[in-house]
Ligand binder design. Structure first.
Ligand SMILES: NC(=O)c1ccc[n+]([C@@H]2O[C@H](COP(=O)([O-])OP(=O)(O)OC[C@H]3O[C@@H](n4cnc5c(N)ncnc54)[C@H](OP(=O)(O)O)[C@@H]3O)[C@@H](O)[C@H]2O)c1
Length: 257
């Protein structure tokens, strides 16, 4: 049996990772802030799949929270074989609409926590000569899209760079870049979603299934779903200033309620 640690496991894409990995027989370390929700999730997954599910309450926007997860990942006696850096959130509105403190918190959760947790996990994995890290980014990484898009672009660049550096070590890294997924993400950010066409929505379980297939195939970048692969292919043909205009306009449309 192997062990996977998932950040942001209690909802959306993280919960889909937890369901799928538990069904495949992996023990889990579940990380988020809401302890009651984590405990309920651990009990449910243990009862349904017979796996061990550990609860680790941590706020990844704080040094204490990041350190607690770093310690768990570096524990050589209780190895973590797969790390899924998934916790994340959106800020409502465009540049200057969101308070600077919220933007800095985003960078802490999306970038600093991902850097520190990846480093803690990969150190132990490289010693064992095996392991995997999935860093959840977004298709927003590929279009001009304020702090959110920039933070996810960092995740993609960082992950693919480290994957290259670790070639031959037995440790795999992959950035997962979904499009719109039906989760609590938009509601938590207070973003209206009525104008997002139905065809653009992805299912979290399918995103995870495709992501794990890509990880098994050794890919360092996964864009789940052919619709988004086609959209990103087309976006490469659009001049960057025009892409910025389109992105800013759709941001306005899909953004604050
Ligand atoms: N939904 C989309 O359309 C979409 C598209 C592309 C990429 N993504 C990315 O997918 C990832 C997961 O998002 P989701 O859509 O599944 O969102 P979600 O349903 O809102 O779930 C977010 C999860 O992260 C946890 N979390 C949030 N802030 C945290 C913090 N400071 N410390 C620890 N845990 C924290 C939440 O639990 P607690 O509140 O209990 O901490 C929850 O478990 C994010 O990185 C997001 O950027 C989402």
């Amino acid at each position: 049996m192997t062990t996977a640690l998932i950040t942001g496991s209690t909802s959306g894409i993280g919960a889909a990772f937890a369901r799928r990995l538990a069904a495949d027989g992996h023990n889990l370390v579940l990380v988020a802030r809401d302890t009651k929700r984590l405990r309920d999730q651990a009990t449910e997954l243990h009862d349904r799949h017979g796996i061990e599910a550990e609860v680790l309450s941590a706020d990844l926007s704080t040094d204490d929270g990041i350190e607690a997860v770093e310690r768990r990942l570096a524990d050589r006696k209780h190895a973590v074989d797969l790390l899924v850096n998934n916790a994340g959130f959106g800020n409502k509105g465009r540049y200057l609409d969101a308070p600077l403190a919220d933007e800095l918190t985003m960078l802490k959760v999306h970038c600093e926590a991902v850097l520190r947790l990846t480093t803690a996990a990969v150190g132990a994995m490289r010693e064992r000569g095996r392991g995997g890290v999935v860093n959840v980014a977004s298709v927003a990484a590929f279009v001009p899209r304020g702090t959110y898009g920039a933070s996810k672009a960092w995740v993609v660049q960082f992950t693919q760079g480290v994957a290259k550096d670790l070639t031959g070590s037995g440790v795999r890294l992959m950035a997962l870049c979904p499009g719109f997924v039906r989760t609590e993400f938009h509601q938590r950010a207070g973003m209206g979603t009525d104008s997002i066409p139905n065809w653009m929505w992805l299912d979290a379980d399918k995103v995870v299934a495709e992501g794990l297939n890509d990880l098994a195939r050794g890919k360092s970048l996964s864009i789940p779903d052919p619709r988004y692969k086609a959209l990103l292919g087309a976006a490469k043909l659009v001049p960057r200033p025009l892409l910025g205009t389109i992105s800013s306009k759709t941001g306005r449309k899909y953004g604050p309620r």
